[in-house]
Design a protein around this ligand. Structure first.
Ligand SMILES: [Zn+2]
Length: 289
């Protein structure tokens, strides 16, 4: 998208407890873990940097890995930027499903939110609250006839919800910004094939995939950025007019707020939920007599 270069990307199985690790094939497999501590240059995409080596535009692939429940993988790439594909996560989903996923021996762990955490810059903000599943509410507000205000809440309970509702939503940009981006050496590979491009009063692409494709794409973005915490989240992420910098701000704040979360086996949470449901049922029964 931004560099305009052709890229070869390979997802390679990784042992349990590896997490998501990018490896720059062209730099002797230099590894950079997908971790919030390496997040840098966040204006138009989420980039990772370690010791002067970078991986750019990580968010859609990371969102896909979270959406499909993949915890351990090497992302081998022979250039600096993850390919944009069609601007959505569809191609990543398709290829991962074609390849298949191997279940590791280790128990799946998740980041369970215990207390609310907030991050804001002006009226651009994002928070996370305790919840029983991974839920996202996103709202956008553009002073633009085509995009306008859109809000969506979705529970990412299964891979198929992610696949059907979120993965197909494409990135978007305004035609008036394209010239500025190109002057700054960005969006050099951008076209109607890999982004929704919006002019003053219309979308230049032939059609939208969802009426609210814009806000759905923002949900993909925030899933990818929160993926830099290294675990799928059990919590409700609520974002308003946010972007990569704001998402990363929240992820950093969560990491620093030790009392706000716990890393627990998914099975423990399921047991808690079952126990809670059983108690609620018992309470309901006893209240009937
Ligand atoms: Zn995006």
């Amino acid at each position: 998208m931004h560099s305009g270069k052709k890229v070869k990307l390979t997802l390679t199985p990784a042992p349990d407890h590896t997490g998501v690790v990018f490896r720059r094939v062209d730099l002797n497999y230099f590894p950079i873990k997908a971790d919030i501590k390496y997040a840098s240059r966040l204006s138009y995409a989420t980039n990772l940097s370690r010791n002067g080596v970078s991986i750019a535009t990580t968010e859609h692939l990371l969102g896909t890995l979270i959406g499909l429940g993949i915890d351990n993988v090497f992302v081998d790439i022979d250039a600096e930027e993850v390919p944009i594909m069609d601007g959505s996560a569809s191609a990543f989903v398709y290829l991962i499903n074609e390849a298949g996923v191997r279940h590791g021996d280790a128990e799946k762990k998740v980041l369970n939110v215990l207390k609310p955490v907030h991050f804001a810059v002006g009226d651009r903000r994002v928070s996370v609250y305790p919840a029983e599943n991974y839920k996202i509410t996103y709202s956008i507000e553009f002073d633009h006839a085509v995009v306008g205000s859109q809000t969506k809440t979705i529970g990412i309970d299964t891979a198929s919800i992610f696949e059907n509702e979120i993965s197909g939503a494409r990135t978007f940009g305004f035609l008036k910004d394209v010239e500025m981006l190109r002057k700054n050496g960005l969006a050099l590979g951008g076209s109607l094939d890999n982004a929704i491009v919006i002019d003053t009063d219309r979308v230049l692409n032939s059609h939208l995939r969802f009426k609210d494709e814009f806000v759905r794409h923002k949900i993909l973005d925030v899933m990818g950025d929160m993926g830099l915490l290294g675990y799928s989240i059990r919590g409700h992420v609520v974002a308003h007019r946010a972007g990569h910098e704001i998402h990363a701000g929240l992820a950093k704040k969560i990491r620093e707020s030790q009392a706000a979360f716990e890393i627990v086996p998914l099975s423990a949470l399921v047991k808690h939920a079952d126990a809670r449901n059983a108690m609620e049922e018992a309470a309901e029964l006893s209240s009937q007599y």
